[in-house]
Design a protein around this ligand. Structure first.
Ligand code: BGC
Length: 762
């Protein structure tokens, strides 16, 4: 029987299997960008990964470890004891089970009929949501009904004994239950000294005896009562979260923030104590509605999976971002798991940001402001490596942490030793990826204010880094970029990775263009930047080196070499790994050193270049290279398939495009029950949106501006999506024959190209 059911706006788990709990914890994660709570079940199970995160609370568990997003005390567990037997689905008998997440409201629901080992028939219903209306709030409701008179105990509270896979990030500061009901737990991160305040209150629809229970790092309230046969017990819990890193507390002196957080938590819990679950839910639901009104994508298809996938993406894209806080980025697993330690990668700029740029530009701006604040760490990293300008960390955590990529991880299959991670040291392309995202954001939004305050400075500093990074190779009389990792992480220490070299060149060219533009058209900004950065020096350096930067060209067969050695590597039959359900299987047979010797790619690399720059090579060359590299790409990174799907569609490989599309939407949502244990894949989720809108919808920015050149799959009868272009809000509809109609909902008239033809949208 199929475990997952897809109902458009709702995903369902149709039966319980303890082995699959991690998948549902991750894909059913609830949140609002400030908090993220994995959907672990109310009752505990062996193997659960019960995580709650508050964005930005990064901490180092020890000197040798890097900053990571700590798992804060759990508030979601509810222990239910019926006539002395603790409710657990691994005991007794499950007569009915259904669990779902509504992607349009953020509420999850679990309905169960359970026969306890002593024969009591129990109907249980669990509901919960994290509020989008009040980002500090998480609410749960349990309804329970038994077919005989029973004694019930319900115990729930705050459990600070959680860790990040064993690493303890907090010290216990204070625990108390005051006025017999309000539970308060205060903890503080061990190194970054961020205090977290968590308050909770429970209420029942029946009188119950209450006693507080405290253990080491835990506190709870225990309710005991007698329940008559067929009488419904309603238990509700409200949990609130604050931290001294919260944006709204930055107006207070550091020493006063904890007191303020405590005050606010207590006030909130008292304010909402008597508000019905349904009321609290309604206010969150209406914010979800507002969000979806601006984001909704409708596909003309009967395939519920395809409809669900885009709703799944829109849901997670909303809960992964702290929309109004430019001090935090989006983690590779967002707030849904411990994977990648909450760190941000190029995933944000090239895979997630396009959604926000085209649909919620104000959020895209916040994310790009985060990169401005990262300049501090980027300058530091450049200096440490002996370069100038800003060299962005491959992995970013708190705004000024600098590089946080771990140095070692995973076992080497050949040597049995721990493997060294080189990405933080030599995966440099991120410094150009961020620039690409800024340039793209500006082209779509025309947000000159962002450019003047942040964008130009990042571009000049990034360009300076690249100019200083180039190596002059005397016998070839040219500049090269040696010893890097390109996007394809199966190739380490390569020279002249085509993606990296072209992206570096693009960054430097953009800096020259901006220098020229600002000098002649915006003297005020130019002078201000020049004072800070010495733009003339940057210009001179670029002008000296850029013309001699080696840019790999197609060889005699028309193939652009991914790096100097790629085309000479040994061939490998990769079908076994390519057809496997799980990714990274190749690591069971080869270690990183061996992988370097084969013509096999982890993910889109040269193809990524063809995707970002459609006019770099002619159509036939692009197509030929796509075919060549697709054949050698394992898609072992979740970032990869969406890019290949978009290009396969562009090159009219319809079947392949649809297959890659289905693969891309299945990374988290598909039937593989192990793919998301460590959290959802946020870039892949951004990639889902990209295939619908940039791929099948054909939205692209070219030299003229916005061009829409769609190619709908034969399976779809229409596609409708929103776009915000230069401040004007549009609704685009594409028919089966790829005819495009655009409705302007708000803003001024805009010029758009439809299949290359200019149109004024009035
Ligand atoms: C990929 C990177 C990606 C990272 C985080 C890695 O497996 O190779 O491209 O940035 O995961 O998602």
């Amino acid at each position: 029987m199929q475990q997952l059911e897809y109902k458009g706006r709702v995903i369902k788990e149709s039966f319980f299997n303890r082995k699959n709990i991690n998948k549902y914890e991750a894909i059913f994660t609830q949140g609002n960008g400030y908090i993220g709570i994995r959907n672990s079940l109310e009752e505990h199970y062996v193997g659960e990964i019960r995580d709650t995160f508050i964005t930005g609370t990064f901490n180092k568990a020890s000197e040798d470890e890097v900053s990571e997003l700590p798992n804060i005390a759990d508030m979601s567990a509810v222990k239910i004891i019926i006539d002395g037997t603790e409710f657990s689905l691994t005991e007794g008998e499950i007569t009915f089970y259904e669990r779902s997440l509504d992607l349009s409201t953020g509420e999850s629901l679990r309905n169960i009929v359970w026969k306890s080992p002593s024969g009591v028939r129990v109907e249980l219903s669990f509901r919960r949501f994290v509020s989008l209306y009040n980002e500090h709030l998480f609410v749960q409701k349990v309804d329970l009904l038994c077919d005989s008179d029973v004694d019930i105990i319900i115990e729930s509270g705050i459990d600070g004994s959680v860790t990040n896979s064993g690493a303890m990030h907090f010290e216990d500061i204070k625990r108390r239950v005051y006025e017999g009901k309000y539970m308060e737990y205060i903890s503080r991160t061990t190194q970054s000294k961020v205090s977290v305040v968590q308050d909770a209150v429970c209420r029942l629809n029946k009188e119950a005896a209450v006693i507080p229970v405290m253990g080491r790092r835990t506190l709870a309230n225990k309710y005991s009562l007698k329940l008559k046969a067929n009488e419904k017990l309603e238990f509700e819990k409200r949990s609130v979260f604050f931290s001294t890193r919260d944006k709204e507390l930055t107006v207070f002196l550091e020493d006063d923030r904890l007191e303020e957080a405590k005050k606010r938590a207590l006030k909130l819990i008292i304010d909402i104590e008597n508000t019905e679950y349904s009321e609290l839910f309604k206010s969150s639901e209406s914010v979800w509605k507002e969000y979806l009104k601006k984001s909704e994508i409708i596909v003309g298809t009967d395939d519920e999976y395809v409809k669900t996938a885009i709703n799944f993406a829109l849901y997670h894209l909303r809960i992964m971002v702290k929309a109004d806080d430019n001090r935090v980025g989006i983690g590779a697993k967002a707030l849904s798991g411990e994977g990648y330690k909450g760190h941000s990668f190029w995933d944000t700029e090239l895979f997630i940001l396009p959604y926000f740029t085209y649909t919620h530009p104000e959020i895209a701006r916040t994310l790009l402001e985060y990169r401005y604040h990262n300049l501090y760490g980027a300058r530091l990293k450049a200096k440490e490596h002996g370069y100038e300008g800003a060299m962005y960390p491959w992995e970013c955590a708190w705004v000024d942490d600098g590089e946080v990529t771990p140095l070692y991880m995973g076992a080497d299959i050949v040597t049995g030793e721990i493997t060294k991670i080189w990405t933080g040291l030599i995966e440099h392309h991120i410094t150009a990826d961020i620039v690409y995202a800024i340039d793209h954001y500006y082209k779509v939004t025309n947000d000159i204010d962002y450019m003047e305050n942040y964008g130009y400075e990042i571009i000049f500093e990034a360009a300076l880094f690249w100019a200083s990074r180039l190596e002059y190779i005397e016998d070839r009389d040219r500049y090269e970029i040696r010893d890097v990792i390109g996007p394809d992480e199966y190739k380490e220490h390569v020279d002249n990775n085509a993606y990296t070299n072209y992206m570096a060149a693009y960054t430097m060219k953009l800096a020259l263009k901006n220098q020229d533009y600002l000098k002649n058209n915006n003297r005020k900004i130019y002078d201000a930047l020049d004072l800070k950065l010495d733009i003339d020096y940057i210009k001179e350096l670029i002008e000296k080196k850029l013309p001699k930067l080696y840019l790999p060209m197609p060889d005699k067969d028309g193939i652009i070499p991914q790096s100097d050695t790629f085309l000479q590597l040994k061939k490998l039959d990769i079908s076994k790994y390519k057809n496997a359900e799980a990714v990274l299987g190749i690591y069971n047979d080869y270690n990183t050193k061996q992988l370097n010797e084969y013509m096999v790619s982890k993910q889109s690399d040269t193809v990524m270049l063809l995707y970002l720059f459609r006019d770099l090579f002619d159509y036939e060359t692009r197509k030929k290279n796509f075919v060549f590299y697709e054949d050698k790409t394992l898609h072992d990174s979740s970032l990869s398939k969406s890019t290949h799907a978009v290009l396969a569609n562009e090159f009219k490989f319809e079947e392949m495009a649809y297959k890659l599309f289905k693969g891309a939407i299945s990374v988290d949502l598909g039937p593989n029950m192990k793919s998301s244990d460590e959290g959802i894949h946020s870039a892949s989720i951004g990639g889902i949106w990209a295939i619908y809108v940039l791929g099948f919808g054909g939205v692209n920015i070219d030299k003229n501006g916005l061009n829409i050149n769609p190619r709908l799959p034969k399976e779809w009868s229409f596609l409708e999506f929103p776009l915000i272009y230069k401040g004007s809000s549009l609704r685009v509809r594409i028919e089966k024959d790829n005819k495009v109609s655009i409705k302007k909902l708000q803003g001024n008239s805009v010029e758009i190209y439809i299949k290359g033809e200019k149109q004024l949208i009035k």
